[in-house]
Ligand binder design. Structure first.
Ligand SMILES: N[C@@H](CC(=O)c1ccccc1NC=O)C(=O)O
Length: 313
């Protein structure tokens, strides 16, 4: 039909016309994997994550289970490049798993190619549901970034990267009020991989209903709805925001990424120095994106490295 919202696609909400069955399908990334069955894809995902993390720990200098807060689950792993200095760039990664699965211990995908180029990589654990609520996870992620900035004040930039639910948590950091934490992290870029930025449709899917008890919880935690009104804080440096989605991700995942990519182009936000870009990753499914990040010559690994070394100061 005609777009009466003047090109503002976020008001279309096509998911509102979907049956519960269709929503469940759209928001189950494993069902859209093309080269494996859904269950096999999930098994392979944990297997590869386990192997790459073991390899990263065996071949890289690391500081494991470093506490960034007082809670038992508030730990992170730091993987260091060969030449350690005060002035390294940092990539901080938040794993996915629909806020209810996944672990830092199986998520060291990009560690080897990035540390080989001089980037320190931090893999963050947070309290997944049911132990943690979404608000607590957002708070923990905030704390983990404050910790990295305080621990490495001479860093050459902190870049946030998240996959799926982890991309949502990373995107929430565009809304964070750092003044409460007494430190302004040197954030330079965001790499958002196959994320979810409007949580309202998730409320209506079966496996995730418990995560978001009320519409208010969903809206408060939807960066798509708040980015435009988020105050750009004085002194907040220019940031690049890369939004990516796999070609084989579901139409709803594509829609979420496209809409989120459009928000920083609002005049208030691009004047604030935010530069957004969008990549649809050719022939990739939701999980292969991460598997490929173990490869130095993969297009996304190259984009990440190029961004870090262009922007670092
Ligand atoms: N039950 C989900 C699992 C899932 O969504 C997922 C699993 C591992 C890593 C990321 C995921 N998605 C978003 O966080 C599925 O069927 O795909």
């Amino acid at each position: 039909g005609m777009d009466v919202s003047g090109g503002n696609h976020k008001h279309k909400a096509p998911w509102k016309r979907m049956s519960k069955e269709e929503l469940d399908n759209q928001y189950s990334p494993s069902r859209w994997v093309v080269r494996l069955g859904a269950e096999e894809a999930m098994r392979t995902y944990s297997q590869i994550g386990d192997e790459v993390t073991k390899r990263a720990r065996a071949t890289r200098r690391s500081l494991l289970d470093v506490p960034y807060g007082a809670g038992e689950g508030e730990k992170l792993d730091i993987y260091l490049p060969e030449a350690v200095s005060e002035a390294m760039p940092f990539l901080v990664f938040f794993h996915g798993g629909y806020w209810q699965s996944g672990s830092k211990d199986t998520s060291a995908f990009m560690v080897n190619p990035l540390t080989a180029q001089g980037v320190a990589v931090v893999i963050v654990a947070y309290d997944i549901a049911p132990k943690g609520t979404l608000d607590q996870m957002v708070d923990q992620v905030t704390q983990s970034i404050v910790f990295v900035q305080k621990q490495y004040p001479g860093n050459q930039g902190i870049y946030l990267c998240g996959h799926s639910a982890g991309a949502h948590l990373a995107a929430m950091m565009l809304l964070a009020d750092w003044t409460k934490h007494g430190v302004m992290p040197n954030l330079r870029g965001f790499f958002l991989l196959s994320g979810v930025y409007d949580l309202e449709p998730i409320m209506h899917t079966s496996e995730n209903a418990r995560l978001l008890p009320t519409l208010e919880d969903a809206q408060r935690n939807s960066p798509l709805w708040h980015l435009e009104t988020a105050r750009t804080q004085p002194g907040y440096p220019a940031c690049s925001i890369l939004v990516t989605v796999g070609q084989h991700d579901s139409p709803e995942f594509h829609r979420q990424s496209r809409e989120f990519y459009q928000v920083p182009q609002a005049p208030t936000l691009c004047h604030g120095g935010w530069k957004a870009s969008f990549e649809e990753l050719h022939d990739m499914d939701h999980f292969e994106i991460l598997w490929n990040l173990t490869q130095e010559d993969y297009v996304l690994t190259q984009i990440i490295l190029k961004t870090i070394f262009q922007e670092s100061r």
